[in-house]
Design a protein around this ligand. Structure first.
Ligand code: PMP
Length: 443
């Protein structure tokens, strides 16, 4: 079977004339895997339908937000109601309060959040707040962690930066990058060494709560706890980026798993919670809504109460907040075990198919987020992730696409499941796997 991609190709050709690379976010261009990106016409439940009429089981979920599947009836109703009342007011509105309250209620250390429109804005603002609050400028990030396209955080980042094998981005001034120190993930010794020398200059350590942008690489037992201890000892802040993991790994995100409130995971925060959190993706339900937050005393440093400026024309947009609120309200305690079971079913089936063909691989987990790395050793760092066989992933990806399953078009991403994946969708995945595993083996 060869799926027709004529209509996608026509659109892609036209797109490349009017948009750089034909896409509005680089990973969508399929450069990591080759071929024609599918232009999606509509999506419902677990399915994406492209402009050629091909239907795919969706394991991208818009890179995380669509945790309930597409066009979930409750979310659609809320969005429709909200849109009927107007699109943007530029004044405070009730849904913003409700969404902030829902987030604060879910993540125990949070006292306040400020709503923004993208994960990038959330991390950029959290960083500014951390620098404003500490009066220091150096920020520490980890290789393979992606925090959006913030100048200071585009060094050795994951996601698209990893897919394109870029060390950093052009256009980031040395002065901005010079204030960023990049360390290997899960390497406590490197953190300790840096703090011993430059501890007094460091405003914050930012880390993905459990990295998903180099593929899924959870923190080693005790790693996050040690980050908390070391930052506290030197008066630096700890920023936990939960843009991807927030409200996906559990109802309180990765934090809920770390603290054992929602299932034990080694690590924990016995020495205190992170100072700041960032959120996005799920909390916007597919619309542009994101947030950063923390203790009230820290958040009070933001304008209008404090000297750290931060603002947005569309921040707290009434339609986006309606979508986010309806999505979070449908992210019930019942959803998470079901997501985990679905994810396990898919990962086990994929792993069995790859094993049957003798393809080296490792499955790694963060709640129901998982990645299959095409190498047979555990992946603890970006360097480990880069040592996988990305061309095997490319062959696997395309065979899955032919079989009606849309995986992320890069070996450095998590596979996202939704609550809408049903028996029919799982059957399509199972049916596609043997040929995909053979393709992966055929290198
Ligand atoms: N932080 C993390 C952990 C992310 O995964 C992402 C996006 N993949 C971002 C920040 C940036 O979010 P956005 O794309 O909404 O700007």
């Amino acid at each position: 079977m060869t799926l027709s991609t004529t209509a996608s190709q026509v659109l892609f050709d036209r797109a490349r004339e009017v948009t750089p690379g034909g896409v509005n976010s680089p990973v969508r261009a399929f450069r990591g895997v080759g071929g024609v990106p599918r232009f999606i016409d509509s999506a419902r439940g677990p399915w994406l339908t492209d402009v050629d009429g091909n239907r795919y089981v969706d394991l991208i979920c818009s890179w995380g937000p669509m945790i309930l599947g597409h066009a979930h009836p409750d979310v659609l109703a809320s969005v429709t109601d909200a849109a009927a009342k107007g699109f943007s007011f530029g004044t405070p509105s009730e849904n913003e309060v409700a969404l902030a309250a829902e987030i604060v209620e879910r993540v125990e250390p949070l006292e306040q959040v400020r709503l923004v429109s993208s994960g990038t804005e959330a991390t950029m603002s959290a960083l500014r707040l951390a620098r404003g609050a500490t009066g220091r400028s150096v920020v520490v990030k980890f290789a393979g962690c992606y925090h959006g396209h913030v100048d200071a955080l585009l060094a050795q980042a994951g996601s698209g930066v990893a897919t394109f094998a870029l060390p950093d981005s052009a256009g980031v001034p040395a002065s901005a990058a010079g204030e960023t120190v990049v360390l290997p993930y899960n390497d406590l010794g490197a953190v300790e060494e840096l703090f011993a020398v430059r501890g007094e200059e460091i405003a914050a350590v930012i880390t993905e709560a459990s990295p998903g942008n180099m593929g899924v690489v959870p923190p080693a037992p005790g790693f996050t706890e040690a980050l908390r201890r070391i930052t506290s000892a030197h008066g630096a802040l700890l920023i936990s980026d939960e843009v991807m993991t927030g409200f996906r790994c559990s109802r309180s995100g990765w934090y809920g798993l770390e603290t054992g409130a929602e299932g034990a995971h080694p690590g924990g925060y016995p020495s205190g919670a992170p100072d700041l959190f960032t959120f996005g993706k799920v909390m916007g339900g597919g619309f542009p809504a994101a947030a950063f937050g923390g203790r009230a005393d820290l958040m009070a440093r933001l304008a209008p109460d404090g000297p750290v400026y931060q603002a947005g024309t569309l921040s707290g947009n009434p339609v986006a907040t309606a979508a986010g609120l309806a999505t979070l309200r449908a992210c019930t305690d019942e959803l998470y075990p079901r997501l985990l079971e679905t994810a396990r079913t898919i990962a086990d089936a994929a792993s069995d198919a790859l094993s049957a063909e003798g393809v080296a691989h490792t499955v790694q987990w963060a709640g129901s987020m998982f990645s299959i790395f095409f190498r047979d050793e555990p992946v603890r760092s970006f360097a480990d992730a880069q040592a996988q066989d990305t061309s095997a992933y490319g062959r696997f990806f395309h065979a899955m696409l032919e079989g009606g399953v849309h995986l992320p078009p890069s070996a450095f991403e998590a596979w996202f499941v939704s609550g809408a994946l049903d028996a029919e969708a799982l059957d399509v995945i199972r049916a596609a796997l043997p040929a995909a595993a053979q393709a992966a083996a055929a290198g």
